[in-house]
Design a protein around this ligand. Structure first.
Ligand code: GLU
Length: 309
């Protein structure tokens, strides 16, 4: 069966060169194998997502030669699907209400908690009695919903990181403002859209064990292949961001660097000779080894053509 891949940007700002590089790899990986490629708009967060970023992001992806099957899928249209999944978890006794504030979690999480990694939720609200819960509800504190994961250790294979494992803490599936959480939404979507391979940035490697845990708890399909590709860093070694200068197509265009040249720079960073039509060449010559190529840090001054040098 040919794979189904996807790219899932959050419309909270412009896509930067690192996002575009990841998108090219995700697209080339699925399409080279004759697979489907889907575009998902991760606009879960009504406070931070803006329609004009969706428009710009889709235009930028097209401008660097990426195409996708069907219309983009918007997470904001799928809240009923996430609510149904949360109901399934709740019916199975796999969730509990959490009334902790951010500050309380930070404080509690800073103490060592056996196997749990630093920053993991230590389970403060897990064993509240029904009475304690009623009291907290009555005090007007809105509750988030967490899963009872019981610090389960889940291992998986990532094409870039190799054999990896994560201890799953009691993570949030519904925020205390009622918005479904990223891990819940992405797991439901990947299953319902038939996604078989996830190629995305290395910053999300730590989410895989939670997503596998959820897919198992819900009894739904999960991706067969994971590849968390290297991130582009700024010249200072930090994750790429606006402060690094011209890192988005719109800024670069103002400096006279068009999308074709940006694509050429990105593809040249992956293979020696990007040819005349870099995205088509990448597609034709794609091999999984390209997923492991380290991304050159952005040269000071932000010249994207230097990506390939
Ligand atoms: N929307 C997420 C992001 O932009 C990516 C989600 C995913 O690929 O699973 O970081």
């Amino acid at each position: 069966m040919p794979p189904t891949g996807r790219y899932a940007p959050s419309p909270t700002g412009s896509l930067h060169l690192g996002n575009l590089r990841t998108a090219l790899l995700a697209w080339a990986s699925a399409r080279h194998a004759g697979g489907r490629f889907l575009l998902r708009v991760d606009d879960l967060d009504p406070q931070r997502s803006r329609p004009h970023w969706v428009t710009e992001q889709l235009a930028d992806l097209r401008a660097i030669g990426i195409d996708w099957d069907g219309d983009p899928v918007h997470q904001s249209d799928r809240f009923d699907r996430y609510a149904a999944a949360i109901d399934v978890l709740a019916e199975r006794g796999a969730t509990y209400e959490c009334f902790c504030t951010r500050a309380e979690i930070r404080e509690a999480a800073s103490a060592p908690h056996g196997e749990l990694p630093d920053g993991a939720y230590p389970g403060t609200c897990r064993e509240l009695t029904e009475r304690e819960r009623a009291e907290r509800r009555a005090s007007g504190r809105p509750a988030a919903l967490r899963v009872r994961a019981g610090a389960e250790r889940i291992s998986f294979r990532d094409e870039v990181a190799g054999t990896s494992a994560g201890i799953v803490d009691d993570f949030v599936v519904r925020r205390n403002d009622g918005v479904p959480a990223y891990n819940l939404a992405t797991t439901v979507d990947d299953a319902e859209l038939g996604v078989t391979e996830v190629v995305r940035g290395a910053d999300l490697l730590g989410s895989v064990s939670r997503q596998i845990w959820l897919a198992r708890a819900l009894g739904i399909a999960m991706p067969e292949r994971w590849a968390h590709v290297p991130l582009v860093l700024g010249g200072d070694g930090e994750r790429l961001a606006k402060r690094h200068g011209a890192v988005a197509l719109a800024d670069l265009a103002q400096q006279g660097v068009g999308p074709a040249e940006v694509t050429r720079g990105l593809v040249a960073g992956l293979e020696a000779d990007p040819g005349d039509d870099p995205s088509a060449g990448l597609l034709a010559r794609f091999t999984p080894a390209l997923l492991r190529v380290e991304a050159a840090p952005l040269a000071q001054g932000g010249d994207p053509a230097a990506q390939g040098q």
